[in-house]
Write a protein that binds this ligand. Sequence first.
Ligand SMILES: [Mg+2]
Length: 310
Amino acid sequence: MSDQGISVCELYPSSSPPGVSAGAFGGSDGPGWCSSAKSGSSSCGAPLSARRSANDFLSLFSVIGSRYPSNADPVAYDPGVRTLVLWDIDHTLINAGGVGREAYAAVFQQVIGRPLERHAEMAGRTDRAITAETLLLHDIEPTGDLITTFTALLAESFATRRHELAVRGRVLAGAHAALRALADRPDVVQSVLTGNMEPIARYKLLAFGLDGFVDFQVGAYGMDGVERHPLVRLARQRAERKYGQVFDESTTVLIGDTPHDVRAGHEGGARVVAVATGSTPASALRACGAERVIPDLTDTQTVLEAILTP
Ligand SMILES: [Mg+2]
């Protein structure tokens, strides 16, 4: 909360564009997620409490559950209970160097037949929501068929631009070491919770050699819903089915860089470790109720302690 009694979270609007209905896209379209910010408690939820070519390309790589050696000091843990660690991608692990915005613009031109004039806000949001709002910003009805066509071409566009990701983008400091350290632990199941649709999430991690550290099968992605928070429960369910363990709010941790990530974790049943490597300052992430806020991922031991210590 700020000194004025207004949460910093009020600065951040709902991720759903006006007119985007849950029914149309299979997700939930809740009210502005900081709308109750003056209640005196965190407004961000209660803490604790393609097409063929893209798929063909991705099938060339082994991307599930690879384990790599790690020199990180171990953090005390109960070997009988595994923790589900869910990573946001953009501005938490990598910076895509503007490739995403270019892909959206190219697909818009291809599908709509005129240049893209305005981008919807992208940070912390799902590809489904970004696509719908981008269309609405141009007075185009985001029908289900149009969303399907647009996002399939978006995946293709990333397939053709995949080499640009590594050239123009960058992996954020400490991300590789943190992922490797966690992948090496038998008490951790590691995946992604991202607004990117799955093929794009894979391209982004692949471009920076991070794909082998996560189990993509139990992640949740930007076409799984409009809003981000239902994706957390979906990832938990996928992990429970695969690993035969219940992952609840005490054994699920989400790491992200935006208030949308904080809200998603709390509403979806996860502790949140916020990383101030995006456009949201640490103070704002703290005000939104993130259990832990760290400046970046550079100190692997600090990262592991933040993630694995309840
Ligand atoms: Mg992010």
